[in-house]
Design a protein around this ligand. Structure first.
Ligand code: GDP
Length: 365
């Protein structure tokens, strides 16, 4: 499964946020196929469409799709020099598919800040610098090898060498790889390098309780947003402390509490949704009387591959996908009505599944 790693300096609110994630977390009893790793938090992806489909179809059971966060602890400073837990920290980051970087934007004199004062940009740069240095090291190793081949007029090596030099120049200016513009050809080379700073980043600005309703009054949030723009990253605002209270609530109680706070959606729900999109994930549904269910797929996947997410037999014996978009189904009011309106399509093996498709797979066993 794809996972987003949670990183941040000490005392910024990582554990508070991660605890909220695991508490909100899907009961592992419901997901026996998921490994129970204390550093992994499995959450259900909130999706209003699933609720609407449930109202429409009235199934026996509704199953949301899930998403994983990994808590990446470890000493950050000096990581690229392999100090302390540093190497471990980097190897954990290497394994995640996107990075959620928690940044302290709350002032609280009772909570020590590792560098003495609240300064989100300096915090961000501390971690990013370690990642940049680690990437530079990987590039340097590779450049030497490729340079030799390039001298022998090896065409691929020449092309790769150019890309490596371009990446190296940017990294030396402390620019992460995700902020560099590449041609499609260059991008192929870059992907093969598996660099840490090429991963997508979401900055999670952790504000104090008083700033939740109107984060624009928090100057640190503004700084993080400005930074993220040139860093080609996204930003969401949460209050980890309040999130740990929200997860205790459900349904109406939760809605009332959010209203009191003056927010539409919990920070955790926003975090899940944003990380999900950052990873290029999307959702299709199956909707039968037994079960209405949301399934996660990667954007660009074709119908047979998507069928394979449910069961490998579905992919092997794929015949076609009876597909209706969520909007068409809802507008029709029932599967039958959507069919009569000609909105149910029979899609074949080359169909690229779209977010919100409601699908019934036909297959041979
Ligand atoms: P970590 O070291 O990054 O995992 O940070 P923790 O989650 O342990 O948080 C460090 C301290 O900051 C704890 O005492 C938390 O209660 C506190 N804290 C976390 N989030 C907030 C917040 O939004 N507001 C305030 N006032 N304190 C917070």
């Amino acid at each position: 499964a794809l996972t987003a790693g949670i990183v941040g300096l000490p005392n910024v609110g990582k554990s508070t946020l991660f605890n909220a994630i695991t508490q909100a977390g899907a009961e592992s009893a419901n997901y026996p196929f998921c490994t129970i790793d204390p550093n992994v938090g499995i959450v259900e992806v909130p999706d209003i469409r699933l609720n609407k489909l449930t109202e429409l179809v009235k199934p026996k059971k509704t199953v949301p799709t899930t998403f994983e966060f990994t808590d990446i602890a470890g000493i950050v400073k000096g990581a690229s020099k392999g100090e302390g837990l540093g190497n471990k920290f980097l190897s954990h980051i290497r394994q995640v598919d996107a990075i959620c970087h928690v940044v302290r934007c709350f002032a609280d004199d009772n909570i020590t800040h590792v560098s003495g004062k609240v300064d989100p940009i300096s915090d961000i740069e501390t971690i990013n610098l370690e990642l940049i240095l680690a990437d530079l090291e990987s590039i340097d190793k590779r450049v030497d090898r490729v340079a030799k081949l390039a001298k022998q007029k090896d065409k691929d090596a020449l092309a790769e060498h150019e890309v490596l030099v371009k990446v190296k120049d940017a990294l030396e200016k402390e620019m992460p790889v995700r902020a560099i513009e590449f041609t499609d050809e260059e991008l192929k080379v870059v992907k093969g390098l598996h660099l840490l700073t090429s991963k997508q980043v979401l900055y999670v600005a952790n504000v104090g309780e008083d700033d939740v309703a109107d984060p624009s009054s928090n100057e640190y949030v503004g700084q993080v947003k400005e930074y993220a723009e040139k860093d080609n990253a996204e930003v969401i605002v949460v209050c980890a402390k309040i999130e740990s209270e929200i997860v205790e609530l459900e349904g109406e109680e939760k809605e009332m509490f959010l209203e009191e706070l003056g927010i539409k959606e919990s920070g955790l729900d926003q975090l899940i949704r944003t990380a999900y999109h950052l990873l290029g994930l999307a959702t299709y549904f199956t909707a039968g009387v037994q079960e209405v269910r949301a399934w996660t797929f990667r954007k660009g996947m074709k119908a047979p591959q998507c069928a394979g997410i449910i069961h490998s037999d579905f992919e092997r014996g794929f015949i076609r996908a009876e597909t209706v978009s969520y909007d068409d189904l809802l507008a029709g009011g029932s599967m039958g009505a959507a069919r009569e309106a000609g909105k149910v399509r029979l899609e074949g093996k080359d169909y690229v599944v779209q977010d919100g498709d409601v699908i019934h797979f036909r297959f041979n066993v």
